[in-house]
Design a protein around this ligand. Structure first.
Ligand code: GDP
Length: 195
């Protein structure tokens, strides 16, 4: 699945801009700086496919990538900027809600959590939105190379406890390091198994 060509399809700022709902798709969500761009690049084997969106005021686009002729990978704007303008946050939340509730071909959301920090209140807000939209979501811990085994177990427990509060959560947590390559093949196999 990931061996074929991966292409950037388009950046979307409104529901009317979504590409045709003709393929299964999975989306990636996470706080800004969680390592989402790096993970998408690692998954697709393309160094600069997804770009970091590290400017709070920047246009919040939903970026669509196509895996050969199978799935769409959907990169949602990072959330949780400390000083993001209220209007930017509101616009993003509205689009996110419309997208999650209205996209028929969305099969699963991956919610990325920094392995050092665990699930935060903003992550739970997204999870609650996914619950209400009945979109199954799976947690992916990022930057696993940055923590010790003891720390990792503590964070896994915390994330498990968080997931237990969310009916749309898929129980299996994927531990990844884009830096070391850990979990990348596992995540590819998970995406490949979704149709
Ligand atoms: P985004 O804002 O979620 O797209 O985050 P980025 O992908 O831009 O990553 C934010 C920062 O974390 C960058 O400095 C990355 O190099 C770093 N980073 C991302 N993934 C990893 C990882 O697996 N391990 C380590 N050590 N650093 C990472």
């Amino acid at each position: 699945l990931f061996a074929g060509e991966v292409t950037f399809v388009k950046g979307v700022v409104a529901m009317s801009g979504l590409p045709g709902a003709d393929r299964p798709e999975v989306c990636f969500a996470g706080r800004s700086n969680v390592g989402k761009s790096t993970l998408i690049n690692a998954l697709t084997g393309r160094k600069a496919l997804a770009r970091a969106s590290n400017t709070p005021g920047r246009t919040q686009e939903i970026n669509y990538f196509a895996l050969a002729d199978s799935h769409y990978l959907v990169d949602l704007p990072g959330y949780g900027f400390a000083n993001a303008p209220v209007a930017v946050v509101a616009k993003w939340q509205a689009l996110l809600k419309q997208y999650l509730q209205g996209r028929q071909t969305l099969r699963r959301a991956f919610v990325l959590i920094d392995a050092r920090h665990g699930a935060k209140a903003v992550d739970e807000e997204i999870m609650a939105l996914l619950d209400s939209a009945a979109v199954t979501f799976q947690c992916v811990l990022t930057k696993a190379d940055k923590i010790k085994a003891s720390e990792r177990d503590r964070v896994l427990d915390q994330v498990r406890a968080t997931l237990a509060r969310h009916p749309a959560a898929y129980p299996e947590i994927v531990l990844t390091s884009s830096e070391k390559g850990d979990g990348i093949e596992t995540l590819r196999a998970i995406v490949a198994g979704i149709d």
